[in-house]
Write a new protein. Structure first.
Length: 261
């Protein structure tokens, strides 16, 4: 599904340095990017395959928790020895199999704004893509870039809908139950975790700010955020149950998210 990105493919920044506490137990400290899917390959490799299926070839991977293990995974996957990689104060870079991978390490406790500020010096000129290392989808990223480059917004995001975790009741005003609906699709749109960003987004970052809590709402208040809707597969792998659900999906359907052919 290679695309013609002009003048060049944008850099993809992946946030995958957090502790991932919601999918771990006391006896399980494996970070989400390293957790294997049913084919035995780590989640992060599937995420990279998704982006690479669009011809994207420049990645900044923001690491922190278990950074060394993530680095070892990527060096092994791309068959690169440690001494072949370029290094800097808090980064390591290698090029292999048509992709350039830069790992930037700000430690496990760093806020996302800090990670993005550290990634800024490794971006190609122009807009860049931002995503999380724990989401898979069949969304066409070209639609995101077309929407973004066709506007003056600082940021364009993918919006989707999710199903309720619970069944819902249909009731009359006197609370007579007239029906049941099993896990209905919710009306409200949510952020799917895929963003196209203009470089001016970087001007809004500060170490004391939260990306989702502070920066994105501030941009929205200024009219600087657009969205494109996605109605297809969206698979966040945030909790242990999400991984179990993904295993069940793969057993039934194979790998329904986009990947390298």
């Amino acid at each position: 599904m290679s695309r013609s990105w002009l003048p060049h493919p944008p850099t993809v920044v992946l946030l995958c340095g957090g502790l991932g506490l919601r999918q771990r137990s006391e006896s399980d400290d494996l970070p989400k990017p390293l957790r294997p899917l049913p084919d035995g390959r780590a989640l992060l490799l599937h995420v990279l395959d998704y982006y690479r299926s669009f011809g994207l070839d420049d990645f900044v991977v923001c690491v922190g928790y278990a950074a060394h293990a993530v680095e070892e995974l990527l060096l092994d996957e791309f068959r690169v020895s440690r001494h072949e990689a370029e290094t800097g104060p808090d980064w390591r870079r290698f090029t292999a199999d048509g992709a350039r991978i830069t790992l930037v390490d700000n430690g496990p406790e760093a806020e996302k704004c800090v990670r993005l500020q550290a990634a800024a010096g490794h971006l190609r000129p122009g807009p860049f893509l931002l995503g999380y290392g724990d989401v898979l989808s069949d969304f066409d990223l070209q639609n995101l870039m077309d929407r973004h480059t066709g506007s003056s917004a600082a940021l364009t995001l993918v919006a989707t809908r999710v199903r309720s975790r619970y069944g819902e009741l249909k009731v009359t005003p006197d609370l007579t139950v007239t029906g049941f609906e099993e896990k209905p699709l919710q009306a409200a749109l949510i952020s799917a975790g895929y963003f196209a960003c203009s470089p001016k987004v970087l001007d809004f970052l500060a170490p004391e700010l939260g990306l989702e809590e502070d920066v994105l709402p501030a941009l929205a208040e200024r009219g600087e955020v657009n969205a494109v809707e996605h109605e297809g597969l969206w698979l966040p792998l945030d909790t242990y149950k999400d991984f179990l659900d993904a295993e069940a999906m793969v057993a039934k359907e194979g790998f329904p998210w986009l990947t390298l052919v």
